[in-house]
Design a binder for this molecule. Sequence first.
Ligand code: SF4
Length: 283
Amino acid sequence: MMINENQNENQTQNSSFEFSPTIMRDHPLAEKIRKKITKALADYHMLSPHDHVMVCVSGGKDSTILSLLLQDIQKKAPFPFSFKTVLLDQKQPGFDGAAFSEFFRSEGLDLIILESDTYSIVKEKIPEGQTTCSLCSRLRRGILYNYAYEHQFHKMMLGHHRDDLLETLLMNIFYQGKIASMPPKLFSDDGRNIVLRPMVYVPENELRELRDLWKFPVIPCKLCGNLEGAKRDRMEQLLNQLERETPGVKNNMLSALQSLAPSQLMDKRFFDFERTDNEHTHH
Ligand code: SF4
């Protein structure tokens, strides 16, 4: 598969794009989110001195806010680390990253744009009307993992937030029959990559609010016209409804991910049901 790399680091001066409202980096909401990111970075031992990190940017609000706040975190960090932002153009019709990448540059971030036409592959391989996301995201993941490995990035960062974790948890329980979500730190099976999710503590509504305040350009998602998100949207609605009825439900669910009680579940791999039997008979 052809991958083009397009890093226009020196274009800023010649650009015609004007980004007038400078974002307020020290807005209290930005500070609040930054603290949550910093806490997750520390709690899950995400970074080490001199790490070189690749931030995977999708063009949406979450990874954009992560990139901007990471810049501030980097300045105050107790040890040095470096990072680059990388966007993959999958050649979805209508994809236009110009305003987005110009915004990044105006905020002092280099945006590396990789180009790879996974859209055609997906169109060719998947019959019309069938779900395309799993192949599409597998291809995307492969390209980004390879790029990170080949360019000696120690770690990759993704913009998943608290609500993404909770929706994934429900999807896994309801449709896959397993209790699993997305970990804050993942060691890939082949040992080539470490994937970090520093926004696991950040609620999506805070990210939405900050996006509305900062008003930065985004690249619309679902350009492929895919409807596979329907199940995920349903989980989102369900969680939002529960949160409205009982505020705090989402944070309780997040706490649940951090407080497993294997003796109160049914997985024989994590609790030795035979041993307790023997112990009881001795008393
Ligand atoms: S929504 Fe479209 S672009 Fe996103 S993973 Fe699915 S197929 Fe790919």
